[in-house]
Design a protein around this ligand. Sequence first.
Ligand SMILES: [Fe+2]
Ligand SMILES: [Fe+2]
Length: 194
Amino acid sequence: MSQFLGLHFQTPQSWADRVLADPGPLLLDHLFAEKKAAAMALHTLKVHGKRFPVLKQLMNDLANEEFEHADRVEKLLKNYPKPEAEKGGNRYAQGLRKLWQVQGRDNFLDMLLVCGLIEARSAERFRLLADTAHGTELGHFYEDLYASEVNHYLLFTHLGVDFFGEELTMKRLNEMRAVEAELIQSMPPGPRIH
Ligand SMILES: [Fe+2]
Ligand SMILES: [Fe+2]
């Protein structure tokens, strides 16, 4: 499946087995990720909506969908003892964000591709979680979200191709996939989607 998403690192089964033994902390991290994704869609619209009017509908729809995901996560969280929030920012997201904060060039393509890669990693992990928790409420939940996040990955990468052309988009996406794989592997093991 990672092959389909183009990711250069595949999350091991042991990760899913470990985090599903106590789903609360993973769900709490996931809740932040969904809220962040919604905020990022609205930010993208605010900063680039004038230049690319097609973003208005797409980013509003995306934000609504991510808020819906956040609501679903919040409901599921009630099934588990209240987990403690992890302190500090997420090094993975910070590391990826640096990729588009290069001065002196149009960084919108990089920003789209970072968003796409974060969606791809969510999808890859939801797939693994769905298979591991197959037949349970959590399994159905991750199955649904897997399909959504694959679509979001495709949305961002297709926008890259539409706005900046296929050659440049694919070249940059491949460079970024290598960085993403290094970052995700450098994270200490824990109940996080990223
Ligand atoms: Fe989502
Ligand atoms: Fe998403």
